[in-house]
Design a protein around this ligand. Structure first.
Ligand code: 6R9
Length: 654
């Protein structure tokens, strides 16, 4: 990549270092020994990780790569994913351990032990069977963040029916597209869920979506909010009528290691969403191992919280499958972080004594914007480890997270992975890594990654390029549902034999990896490639800026010009100093941090940014605004009114 040497200087000037806390290193689940084992024999390493699970039939081969890029892991092995998450813990005498402390947004709570969850899952499995669902049939879920969502996923897994969870914030259109693409015959939903202090309906979107899905024969509806719902006789069934009446016994069947577990559609940067297929044995092996190693979970002591939506892969791997496979106690929270007040998360940490918190940089930057005095009002001393996922985390946000939330003592693990990878790929192991704010550091044990140039040649330390994964891994996607060619074209054709992640990255002088965002987020200004992440980090390092989104807008002279949308700390400005003077100051700040080439052409102060459910800024829409175009597809936005607000607030000339 051209021009990177100068323009990436900013991120790489980050020189703060944080060695592992000694207490953590001494008692860690995994450390240098794991790297040594994986380096000595990668397949033996993954076989040992798989042996942490319970198999009904042992595998005969660890990896079958003979039909690359279509992988088969633990071939011949048979297991039941739900029984691994529940039954074996109950059998081991852990039935009374809390699986979930659930907190509804209005303040109602439920506690589910492993025994409770197993009983509920068995009832729901029996209910699905009674609706005619059989192994291999797809079931779509469109649910709020309630225990029934976890129950429904595990019930599907238990009977071998792959689920596809569609984020509850998506539109009827988005739901319809996914139901049709995977040909689901049963949909599980709720009347609604609570968001931002009010009941937010789900069932109407299901009804609308299904008008064009004639093959869906049953809709199972959880009553959560009690709001009125339209009812289609013969198709719609109440969860509390059907599930409660079922026996709590269900004998789990062992499925092939490669039996489909779920399909997760990735959010729309292109026209048609891709149905990413995950299977059973390899997926559960790697999510369980990575959850245990990266978060160093101690199931007897920890209270673990992934503050993310279940409708995102992070929810699948690190709310449901990883934590339950490891027998850990988790928190599950239904609502938004500022309902009824901006300290809600910290109140939850204090109430349940959360020890490990995992969330997205977008949340962290939002909390920065609200101010550190808010978390300071709560007792956060139970926390011992913090995680980040979803986007590159700017060094300033990383430092704020560590200081304001982690009392300057909790390590922050920045975990790079994707829907497609299923589990963490590049991340520090907190027991051994000296952390660098803003870097995910190295591939985990058993994972092989590199950064290559346009021609596929690995770049030397100190240079940037494209991130690739050079060997198969157990939780890798198996294909794109119904489209093998697209799977090959998207991931395995850019650099034959290697998996193309679609992310830009840089190796620093030590060989540590810094993620730079999607390669389509790389701007080209007068022939210099400048990463959006880097300019955003420079902006966020200014004391007045809480969050920034940068796009390259077509520019007659420079090819692209840098347009920055910024949210100010302590609320969205409006105090007079947000005008020209501040814009000039911020432009100068970026020029000083990175170089004059990176100085934004335009700075726009906004109150909110458009985001997907996983907290990724939809730069595509901001580019539409910056280039004065009609907005493209907004179906994957969590809140589409944000775009109206941005448009309304802009100067006419923008
Ligand atoms: C888990 C998840 C995947 C894309 C990925 C990358 C970005 C995720 C990151 C990160 C930098 C991290 N991403 N984690 N970038 N540092 N720690 O987010 O899955 O929704 O499929 O997104 O997210 O660009 O390619 P998914």
């Amino acid at each position: 990549m051209d021009g990177d040497g100068a323009t990436l200087a900013n991120l790489l000037r980050e020189e703060r270092r944080f060695p592992p806390p000694s207490g953590l290193a001494a008692a860690a689940n995994a450390g240098a020994d794991a790297f040594a084992a994986a380096d000595a024999d990668g397949e033996a390493f993954w076989a040992a990780a798989a042996a942490r699970l319970e198999w009904a039939e042992p595998w005969t081969q660890v990896l079958d790569w003979s039909r690359a890029p279509f992988a088969r892991w633990f071939t011949g092995g048979r297991l039941n994913v739900a029984a691994n998450c529940l039954d074996r813990h109950v059998r081991d005498g852990l039935g009374d351990r809390v699986a979930f402390h659930w907190e509804g947004e209005p303040g109602d709570t439920r506690t589910l032990t492993y025994a409770d969850l197993k009983d509920e899952v068995c009832r729901a499995a029996n209910a699905l069977l009674s609706l005619g669902v059989r192994a291999g049939d797809r079931v779509a879920l469109y649910m709020p963040m309630i225990p029934e969502t976890v129950v429904a996923m595990l019930a599907c897994a238990r009977i071998g029916a792959p689920h596809t969870v569609v984020f509850g914030g998506f539109s009827a259109d988005a739901l319809r597209g996914r139901v049709l693409d995977c040909d689901a015959r049963v949909v599980i939903t709720a009347d609604g869920g609570y968001r931002k202090g009010a009941a937010s309906a789900l069932k109407p979107a299901v009804d609308e979506a299904l008008e064009a899905c004639p093959d869906v024969r049953s809709v199972l509806v959880v009553r959560r909010t009690g709001q009125d719902v339209a009812w289609t006789e013969g198709r719609d069934v109440w969860w509390h009528d059907l599930v409660a009446a079922q026996p709590a016994e269900h004998e789990p069947e062992a499925f092939d290691s490669e039996h489909p577990l779920y399909i997760m559609y990735t959010s729309g940067t292109t026209a048609r969403p891709k149905g990413i297929l995950h299977t059973s044995g390899g997926y559960l092996t790697q999510v369980a191992w990575s959850h245990w190693a990266v978060f160093d979970v101690k199931p007897e002591q920890d209270v673990y919280w992934t503050a993310a939506d279940i409708g995102w892969v992070t929810g699948h791997s690190y709310i449901v499958y990883g934590p339950l496979a490891n027998g850990v106690t988790s928190v599950l929270y239904e609502g938004t972080p500022d309902t009824p007040h901006q300290g809600r998360w910290w109140e939850i940490v204090q109430k349940y004594g959360v020890t490990i918190l995992y969330c997205a940089p977008t949340a962290i930057r939002t909390f920065m914007k609200w101010g550190e005095e808010i978390p300071a009002r709560f007792d956060l001393s139970s926390l011992r480890l913090l995680g980040s996922v979803g986007e590159p985390i700017n060094p300033e946000a990383w430092i704020w997270y560590r200081q304001a939330i982690g009392s300057d003592r909790c390590p922050v693990v920045d975990t790079w992975w994707q829907t497609e990878t299923g589990a963490h790929m590049i991340s520090p192991l907190p027991s051994v890594a000296t952390l660098k704010p803003g870097s995910a550091l190295r591939p985990l044990p058993g994972i092989h990654a590199d950064v290559v140039d346009d021609t596929g040649k690995p770049v030397p330390n100190g240079s940037g390029g494209y991130l690739v994964l050079t060997r198969p891994w157990p939780s890798m996607l198996r294909t794109i549902w119904g489209d093998e060619q697209r799977y090959i074209d998207t991931y395995w054709s850019r650099f034959p034999g290697w998996y193309f992640a679609g992310d830009g990255a840089k190796k620093d002088e030590d060989g540590d990896i810094w993620l730079l965002g999607r390669v389509d987020d790389v701007m080209n200004v007068s022939g210099h490639r400048i990463s959006t992440t880097e300019v955003e980090s420079a902006l966020v390092s200014h004391p007045r800026v809480a969050e920034a989104a940068v796009v390259g807008a077509a520019d007659a002279t420079t090819g692209q010009g840098i347009v920055a949308f910024v949210i100010l700390r302590g609320g969205a400005g409006g105090d007079g100093s947000t005008g020209d003077a501040l814009a000039t100051e911020l432009r100068a700040h970026v020029a000083k941090e990175i170089g004059p080439i990176a100085r934004p052409r335009q700075i726009l102060v906004v109150a909110e940014l458009p985001k997907t459910r996983s907290g990724k800024i939809m730069r595509r829409l901001l580019r539409d605004v910056a280039e004065n175009r009609e907005l493209g597809d907004v179906t994957t936005l969590t809140d589409s009114s944000v775009m109206d607000a941005i448009r309304d607030g802009l100067p006419a000339a923008a």
